[in-house]
Design a protein around this ligand. Structure first.
Ligand SMILES: NC(=O)c1ccc[n+]([C@@H]2O[C@H](COP(=O)([O-])OP(=O)(O)OC[C@H]3O[C@@H](n4cnc5c(N)ncnc54)[C@H](O)[C@@H]3O)[C@@H](O)[C@H]2O)c1
Length: 377
């Protein structure tokens, strides 16, 4: 099988998400890191790319040089990952799609709903793949939950309760640290802080597991550290197209919660629970029955959960392999082969609309608002 050429923008040395992409893309031997503009500092980015095995003429100083350089090559990259800070995603993603490249963009895909709609249109017109890295949806046991819901094993879903709440920005004496401060500064982060950063993972997860979309929402935002302009805590109530009631709590001041991402799905004949800190397990309770712990890799799971499970039962299988599952399906999609669910630009757009509408709702005392982007109403 010929390897696919992969390029990355951002994800330089010391970045948070870069290592997960490098491990994930290369875990299955589908992709080789062939090109990169890895750092906002051109020289650092070039040096780091070469230390990772990128040829000197494909270790670029910035993404514009990379676009020009790759466009003209016979062995041009088959996929580019955009792992830069949020405000750059739109321009880079759009430019690469227009030049005929497949793109995996980090979340949030854009800063505005209008930009999100444009990416959806450009992706459609280009015929190229535009995926968004909602990587938690690629954990095998998340796929199992989705399968159980889709096959009626917990009945019609009444209620989803999800949270993505950590405490890593809870120290008021650290609030001025530049690595923390920008996230609550509208000039750098956009209209929302914690909800746009972590809440949208939880909202996407609700839609993914239920195979349903969020229709309307009502939000309460708080800046519990008063120097922050944007919210560090949010409670969002939502309703889905199929009538499911949703509750979402996201916070960055929940001291003691580490990663803090979990979801509970309550149906008419059963309930499910999953948490990212114990990603190998789903708790399943049939109505009137005992709670069962379902383990990744055990017999009887769906083919989708089995397909995305790499190591033997009870061995820890973590975040980089969830990211790797996204790349497995991207490789298959690029090769024109059958593949599993990939989070797309439409998902990225829905998140952006939910963020902007949640901000509007919070400013309006929690009024219920339409959560959908205009183009999907
Ligand atoms: N999917 C997830 O679970 C997940 C997790 C963490 C971060 N993210 C997203 O990934 C993105 C990056 O976040 P991070 O935490 O790794 O940030 P970071 O600040 O740790 O790293 C950003 C990297 O991008 C480089 N960079 C900045 N501007 C650039 C430019 N114009 N061209 C090339 N390189 C540039 C920086 O030098 C740095 O190496 C964000 O959009 C974030 O929301 C997603």
């Amino acid at each position: 099988m010929t390897k696919l050429n992969w390029g990355m923008i951002g994800g330089g040395e010391g970045s948070q998400i870069g290592p997960a992409h490098r491990l994930g893309a290369q875990a299955d031997g589908n992709f080789v890191l062939a090109a990169g503009a890895l750092d906002v500092d051109a020289e650092k980015g070039k040096a780091y790319a070469q230390s990772l095995g990128v040829a000197p003429d494909r270790a670029y100083g910035n993404w514009q040089e990379m676009l020009e350089g790759e466009k003209g090559r016979d062995d041009r990259i088959d996929l580019v990952t955009v792992a830069t800070p949020n405000s750059t995603h739109f321009e880079i993603t759009k430019s690469f799609l227009e030049a005929g490249f497949n793109v995996l963009c980090e979340k949030p895909m854009t800063m505005t709903v209008e930009e999100g709609e444009e990416i959806v249109k450009v992706a459609e017109a280009s015929g190229k793949i535009c995926a968004v890295n909602y990587c938690y949806s690629a954990y095998p046991m998340v796929r199992e939950m989705r399968h159980m819901v889709a096959t009626g094993q917990i009945g019609k879903v009444r209620l989803i309760v999800t949270s993505f709440s950590h405490g890593h920005h809870g120290d008021a004496t650290d609030a001025d640290n530049p690595r923390v401060r920008w996230r609550y500064d509208p000039a750098m982060a956009g209209v929302s802080g914690q909800f746009a950063d972590c809440g949208i993972h939880a909202l996407h997860m609700a839609s993914f597991v239920a195979s349903d979309e969020v229709r309307e929402l009502s939000a309460d935002f708080a800046s519990t550290i008063s120097s922050r302009e944007l919210e560090d805590d949010a409670m969002v109530n939502f309703r889905m197209d199929g009538g499911t009631v949703g509750r979402l709590w996201t916070s960055s001041v929940a001291i003691g919660r580490q990663h803090g991402f979990d979801i509970q799905v309550f149906g008419e004949i059963g309930g499910l629970r999953w948490a990212s800190e114990q990603p190998n397990q789903v708790y399943y309770t049939p109505v009137g029955g005992r709670t069962q712990i379902m383990e990744k890799g055990e017999s009887g799971l769906s083919s989708e959960a089995q397909r995305l499970s790499r190591v033997a039962i009870a061995h820890p299988e973590g975040f980089p392999l969830a990211v790797a599952n996204i790349y497995v399906d991207l490789a298959a999609a690029i090769r024109g082969e059958e593949h599993g669910a990939l989070p797309t630009a439409s998902d990225g757009l829905r998140s952006m609309a939910a963020v902007h509408q949640a901000v509007a709702s919070a400013k309006d005392g929690g009024a219920w608002v339409d959560a959908r982007p205009p183009m999907f109403r």
